[in-house]
Design a protein around this ligand. Structure first.
Ligand code: ZN
Ligand code: ZN
Length: 340
């Protein structure tokens, strides 16, 4: 009965355009949608292995659960890279910075001593109330502790024929909201991520907030980031340029099989959103956790990627960095035209 109520509620908020919230089509939509396309689609992913769930307060054994999810994610990523290649769909991989490393050492006192620590905190999902933030770090190598390091998977993504983007998801999956995180903490996390990414000759320019914890926008902009992905609510609409020139891409919907509905209905929900994106001339940001259930890799993603590919003439399917570059050039050109 409760399931019936939940599915009816979810169905209704979808049909009424509340989840995702459907914005009105803007008259100046060509500032956001390059001709000849009718809509823009960005697929992003939270690539984190064991780092994301270690302070999960709803799980009685979060570290063990983190290891289980990390192994699942390791197993899934090559399949996801293959799916992207099959349908020519690039993904923006929001990567935890520690995963660039092939090893790390404990040091005299603590691991990663150059990184400033968050104070203890609790939010809706996490509770960090004892020990050191890096206590779970095995200070080992990718061979011995593959749940905490992933240079092999990053190389695998970069070696694909698809131009994926490697974005930042903080170095150690911190909470980034202004109440918990100071600019100095985020700066040290961003620095550590970039230093680790240097060995791959990557410049990290897009930021995906960990665990729905948004904040410190000025620190991102000052450190050279051009855009961020937020998920306050699900939105089908347009990106927003903040006063500091940082672009905000708002999530539209998570790609994850919802067991309240049949597979057929799950697929039709995503297709309705993509069709609305085309019809309304909007931007659709779909995202996923690569540790998700098998049904997503076997059925949901292949069908959604196939559908996107079939609509390729109408949709610009791109990455956060590429799209943000286009937006910035477009905004600058229209400013110049206005001045003239
Ligand atoms: Zn480490
Ligand atoms: Zn995450």
């Amino acid at each position: 009965m409760q399931k019936l109520y939940k599915s009816a509620k979810a169905w209704l908020s979808f049909v009424l355009g509340r989840n995702p919230r459907i914005e009105l089509t803007r008259k100046d939509y060509r500032k956001y949608i390059p001709a000849p396309y009718e809509g823009v689609v960005i697929i992003s992913s939270d690539f984190e292995l064991a780092w994301a769930w270690r302070y999960d307060k709803l799980n009685p054994d979060p570290i063990n659960n983190s290891l289980v999810l990390a192994r699942k994610e390791r197993n899934n990523i090559p399949k996801l890279v293959e799916l992207s290649a099959r349908y020519n769909i690039p993904v923006t991989w929001g990567t935890v910075g520690h995963l660039f490393l092939s090893s790390c050492k404990h040091g005299v006192q603590k691991p990663h001593i150059d990184i400033e620590r968050l104070l203890y905190f609790e939010n809706e999902w996490w509770k960090y109330s004892s020990g050191d933030w890096f206590d779970a770090d095995p200070c080992s190598t990718v061979e011995k502790a593959p749940e905490w390091y992933a240079p092999d998977l990053i190389k695998h993504i970069l070696n694909s024929e698809i131009a994926h983007e490697i974005a930042n998801h903080s170095f150690s999956h911190i909470s980034c909201d202004d109440d918990t995180c100071t600019p100095a903490i985020l700066e040290s996390e961003l620095r550590a991520s970039q230093e680790a990414a240097d060995s791959f000759k990557l410049k990290l320019e897009s930021f995906i907030f960990p665990g729905h914890t948004m904040g410190n926008y000025d620190t991102l902009q000052k450190t050279g980031y051009t855009s961020m992905r937020t998920n306050f609510i699900n939105v089908l609409g347009y990106p927003e340029c903040h006063a500091n020139s940082l672009w905000e891409h708002k999530t539209t919907m998570e790609l994850s099989y919802n067991n309240l509905f049949s597979i057929k209905h799950n697929l039709s929900r995503y297709k309705v959103i993509i069709n609305k994106c085309i019809k309304n001339h909007q931007v659709c940001n779909l995202w996923f956790h690569p540790s998700f259930e098998d049904i997503n890799i076997e059925v949901i993603l292949p069908e959604i990627y196939r559908f996107l590919d079939a609509n390729r003439k109408k949709l610009w399917i791109t990455t956060m960095k590429e799209y943000t570059n286009w937006l910035s050039i477009k905004a600058k050109n229209s400013e110049d035209t206005n001045i003239k």
